[in-house]
Design a protein around this ligand. Sequence first.
Ligand SMILES: [Zn+2]
Length: 124
Amino acid sequence: MKFCGNCKKEMADDAIFCASCGASCSSAFGTPSGTTNTTMLVWAIINIIFCSKIFGIIAMVYTLLAQNATTRAEELDKLKNAKTWNIVATAAAAFAIVLSIAVVVLVCVFSGSLLGSLINSINS
Ligand SMILES: [Zn+2]
């Protein structure tokens, strides 16, 4: 099974032209799209601003490298790396948020029980 390099639709292994857009088979997995993967780029920028700067920048570099890839396979490989680093950046931020919430909850529980024992000592 292979995919059209032009419209990305699935095409038969023995197809010479894409049934959907008419592009020649040579473009399937051969030439890269030559365009920037906007989803990856936007995700990387969001990561740089809100999440992890370092991981976000790595993801952005891979996204831009994918744009200049010489083969479709190389482009897909670079985009895979970009996606991995984007996930790492977002996961790191999510972990930091969960950790800070846990700290706030712990502080609340601790100060709550402290306040409770203080009130108890006043009442008694
Ligand atoms: Zn096509």
